[in-house]
Design a protein around this ligand. Structure first.
Ligand SMILES: *Cc1c(COP(=O)(O)O)cnc(C)c1O
Length: 363
């Protein structure tokens, strides 16, 4: 049996006629950029996250870059960010010439709230939290610290659509909740797409201008903007998918539970979920001291796995200029050598998952 990491067409097939109808509706409408579909999706997604405003953008990375920029954070300013996040989180900072200040993760792979305070300096402007692998970060102390030190709070929710902390949606804790709708995400479009959610009208208005060349009224440019618009086609697809995202998340939770209960191997450490937080299992990430051997073993059985992520941002070639050294973030570096993401996707069958579990138990 061949098992892939992602099988994206199954979620298309699950609601095929609705997606096809949405595509035709847009094609026949004669209006393809910033129209009714985007406006409706923005309303629906703001409501889903419990926020007042949503601004549809081109990608998750743009949501991060533009949030930092719209907050006026620039060269020399510092932003606290977890060291084991995806590179895009950090690019959102450095694209604005601000400085990422890395903090080690906790045992749930998320930003360790206890290590934030010691990283705060007079230049710190914001904390950027990633709800990594779909699990909500420890938001109570993080929100407290942001308040205490008057820092902006930006959430990278690219992996956490619908995940909650203390019953409150990720993306609703800080001024900006940044989402990606890249096709593999739990709420995925059929192309690139992203959004910011916020309760701050001025901030939302600024992002709206920024995404459209910096103009509110066509050809009157108030700020130096970009082109980062969510298009009508993707918005129409997302409106369909949004109706099912809770069901899709439940399905992943069930798959995760089956891994929790089925995997019995002393060499493998299963992921944990914090009390009060929940996970939508964007990834199901195990740890193993012999990770590379485990990955090769599974590959031999035709089971694809992935490593999120093999090189932490502070050691990435592109950030050599930041001057970080190996050994500086030992927990993060250790995770990079131990983590392995098992196949988990919409429409994964019992037979497929049982095969993965059996092979893992034989390692
Ligand atoms: C996917 C992802 C992004 C970037 O989203 P794009 O839409 O691909 O630009 C940012 N942060 C995290 C944590 C992600 O997983």
């Amino acid at each position: 049996m061949q098992i892939k990491c992602n099988v994206l067409d199954r979620q298309f097939q699950m609601h095929q006629s609705e997606y096809e109808e949405a595509a035709l509706r847009v094609l026949r409408s004669g209006w393809y950029i910033l129209g009714n579909e985007v406006e409706q999706f923005e309303k629906e997604f703001a409501a889903y996250t419990g926020r007042k405003y949503c601004v549809g953008l081109n990608s998750g990375l743009d949501a991060l870059i533009m949030s930092v920029r719209a907050l006026g954070i620039c060269a020399g300013d510092e932003i606290i960010v977890q060291a084991n996040t995806y590179i895009a989180t950090v690019l959102g900072i450095t694209e604005n010439k601000a400085v990422p200040v890395f903090v080690e993760p906790d045992e749930y792979f998320n930003l360790d709230a206890e290590k934030i305070e010691q990283a705060i300096t007079s230049k710190t402007k914001a904390i950027m939290v990633t709800h990594l692998y779909g699990q909500a970060s420890n938001m109570a102390p993080i929100v407290g610290l942001a308040r205490k030190y008057h820092l902006e709070l930006i959430e990278d929710c690219a992996q956490s659509h619908g995940a909650c902390f203390d019953g409150k949606m990720t993306g609703s804790f800080g001024i900006s909740g940044c989402f990606s709708f890249y096709p593999t995400k739990n709420l995925g479009a059929f192309g690139d797409a992203g959004a910011v959610v916020t309760d701050d009208k001025e901030f939302a208005d600024k992002l709206r201008m920024m995404r459209n060349y910096g103009s509110r009224v066509r050809y009157y440019n108030e700020i130096e903007g970009l082109n980062s618009r969510l298009d009508e086609m993707q918005a129409a697809f997302l409106r369909v998918k949004l109706k099912y995202v809770d069901a899709l998340n439940s399905e992943r939770r069930k798959l995760a539970l089956a891994y929790d209960n089925g995997i019995k191997n002393d060499k493998i450490i299963l992921p944990k979920v914090r009390n009060g937080a929940d996970s939508i299992y964007h990834q199901y990430v195990v740890r193993c001291k012999e990770r590379d051997r485990l990955q090769a073993f599974l590959q031999e059985k035709d089971i694809q796995t992935q490593i999120h992520y093999p090189i932490p941002p502070h050691l990435a070639d592109c950030y050599r200029r930041l001057g970080h050294a190996k050994g500086e973030f030992p927990l993060t570096e250790n995770l990079a050598s131990e983590v392995l993401s098992l196949p988990i996707y919409t429409g994964m069958t019992d037979t497929e998952q049982r095969y993965v579990i059996e092979q893992i138990n034989q390692f």
